[in-house]
Design a protein around this ligand. Structure first.
Ligand code: SAM
Length: 289
C-alpha cells in the first residue's frame, strides 16, 4: 500500500507518516529530553509495543532504533548550538512532530526566533500542546508546511519568506522525515531548500540519513522492516545512500556548496550520546549555503 496518487493540483498525501512522531516523541520524553505536555498516550503505548523489538535489536546487533534516534537528535542539537554560537538567530524545524527541541533551544537561547512546522493536523496538535507549556509567542511559532507542496501557503518557499527576516541566515532542520520518501522525491525538496538557503548566506540545513548496511543478512532484514514501515505509513521508506561519500556528493549535487556527513562515533566521549557496538547506521548531514 503506497502513497495515494495526488488529485489534480494537490501535492501527494504523506499524512500516513504523522503517527510515527508520537513514537519518537515518547522516546524523547522517556530519555528526559522533553516536556510532559509533548508525551502522548498513543506514543507511550507505541513505546511499550516496540520495547521487545528494540531489546532484540540491542541483543543481536548491539544497537537499535532508539540508540540511533538519540544519536541523531543530540548531534543535531549540538550542530544547531554551534550555528547559534556563530550568530544565527532563526531556526525552522520542519516535520517537528512532538520534538521538544524548540522548547529547549528557546530556554537556552532566548534571543532565538524558533519556528516549528509540520503538516496542518500535526501543526495544530503541536500548537495546542505548546500553548499548555506557555511556550507559544511571536518568537516561538508553529505553522503548517508541506514539503511536497510546489507552491502556495504551505510551501517551503512561502513559509520561510513569511516567517523570517530574509536578510539573515536560518538553520533548517528536518529530523525523521526524509527516509519516508524515495530519493528522486526528496531530492526535489533538497534542491528547492538549497535555493532558498543560497539567498540567505550563512544558513545551514541539518538532517539525518540511514545508510544501507553492506552485510547481506542485515540488509535483507532492514529491507523487510523498511517495507513494513512503508506499508503502515503509506510511504516509500528508503535507504538513500551506501556510504558517507555518496551522501555528501548527492547533497552537493542538489546545490549545497559545503556538506559534512557526521558519524555519531566521532562524537563518542564528546557528547552524552548512547553508543552502538558497531559503526552506527545513522549519519547527520550538515549542509551549508
Ligand atoms: C518520524 S516523525 C518525526 C517527528 C520529529 N521530527 C521527531 O524527530 O520527533 C515524521 C514527521 O514528518 C511529518 N511529515 C510527514 N509528511 C510531511 C510533509 N510532506 N511535510 C512536512 N512534514 C511532514 C509528520 O507529520 C511527522 O510529524
Amino acid at each position: 500500500m503506497k502513497r495515494q496518487a495526488p488529485e489534480h493540483g494537490s501535492p501527494p498525501d504523506s499524512t500516513g507518516i504523522s503517527f510515527t512522531a508520537l513514537y519518537t516523541g515518547a522516546v524523547w520524553h522517556r530519555h528526559g529530553l522533553s516536556d510532559d505536555a509533548l508525551a502522548t498516550a498513543p506514543g507511550q503505548w507505541l513505546y511499550h509495543l516496540m520495547t521487545p523489538l528494540e531489546a532484540t535489536g540491542m541483543a543481536v546487533l548491539g544497537a537499535n532504533l532508539r540508540i540511533f534516534l538519540l544519536q541523531r537528535h543530540l548531534i543535531i542539537d549540538h550542530l544547531v548550538e554551534q550555528a547559534v554560537n556563530r550568530g544565527v538567530t532563526q531556526v525552522l524545524e520542519i516535520a517537528c512532530g512532538m520534538s521538544p527541541r524548540g522548547i529547549r533551544l528557546r530556554q537556552k537561547f532566548p534571543q532565538l526566533h524558533m519556528a516549528e512546522a509540520d503538516l496542518p493536523a500535526m501543526a495544530t496538535r503541536k500548537a495546542s500542546r505548546l500553548l499548555v507549556t506557555g511556550n507559544l509567542g511571536p518568537r516561538h511559532q508553529v505553522m503548517p508546511v508541506d514539503i511536497l507542496a510546489p507552491a502556495g501557503d504551505h510551501s517551503l518557499e512561502t513559509v520561510v519568506a513569511r516567517t523570517f527576516d530574509n536578510r539573515e541566515p536560518v538553520v533548517v532542520i528536518t529530523e525523521g522525515l526524509t527516509s519516508y520518501f524515495s530519493l528522486p522525491v526528496i531530492s526535489g525538496f533538497w534542491q528547492r531548500l538549497a535555493s532558498v538557503l543560497k539567498e540567505r548566506p550563512g544558513s545551514v540545513y541539518l538532517s539525518e540519513s540511514y545508510l544501507m548496511p553492506t552485510q547481506l543478512l542485515l540488509r535483507s532484514n532492514l529491507k523487510f522492516f523498511g517495507g513494513l514501515l512503508g506499508a503502515i505509513t503509506r510511504s516509500d521508506v528508503s535507504f538513500h545512500f551506501r556510504d558517507d561519500q555518496q551522501a555528501a556528493e548527492h547533497f552537493s549535487s542538489c546545490g549545497f556548496p559545503a556538506v559534512t556527513v557526521h558519524n555519531p562515533a566521532d562524537f563518542y566521549g564528546r557528547l552524552a550520546i548512547p553508543q552502538s557496538r558497531h559503526d552506527p547506521m545513522v549519519r547527520v548531514v550538515e549542509a551549508r549555503s
